[in-house]
Ligand binder design. Sequence first.
Ligand code: F6R
Length: 240
Amino acid sequence: MEIRIFTDAAALAEAAADIFEATITEKPNAVLGLATGASPVLTYKALIERCRAGIISFKDITTFNLDEYCDLPQNDKNSYYTFMQENLFSQVDILPENIHIENGNADDFDKEAAAYDEKIAAAGYIDLQLLGIGNNGHIGFNEPADTFTEGTFRVKLTESTIRANSRYFTDSEMPRYALTMGTGSIMKAKKILLIATGAAKAEAVYNAVKGPVTPHCPASILQTHPDTVFLLDEAAAALL
Ligand code: F6R
């Protein structure tokens, strides 16, 4: 596991964009695993700028998002579909048919989850997976639990995650369930890039990097991945 610490958020985002650029330059039809939330926003901005400047192109790129809320309309302002359209997809040259996000309104969640895993496998698995980390150590929506998860599944969100994400749901109630890639799906990615900023993440980052490998801190499994890099600001790295 490689750890890099930055004094400013813009430099961190450029370093993350450099890693994307290297992957896309080496493999223009790479498969990217993408995250939502506050952590990747500046990185997506940097990728949009590089796409506009002709440095990278998404025209042959395939993407799979980590997760999506269940029972929230796809076009709700808080859906991860909307987040991805607004923060990346509508501003780069990606083909709509190459974008994959779980359908949180599927009639049969188990079938949707299995089909999602099959699509990832058919695409040749993920070349570069971007992650944030929850204050409780979650990656994707793999919440602290007694066992690590495998493929995509429907998860009941923990109180800690509901507390952390409710701030976005100002005029509707935050969903209690989500579909998420499992830790097993995430670990199959060839390279993993985790971004964490702010003091609220310091304990989770410490447990992920220095703690035991345990499903009680799902991100700790990344210690066993052969090619993982953590990009942190000083506040998130404070306990290391
Ligand atoms: C988002 C996701 C989550 C977030 C995590 C951190 O797709 O899978 O694991 O990465 O909750 O969220 P932020 O970046 O908003 O602090």
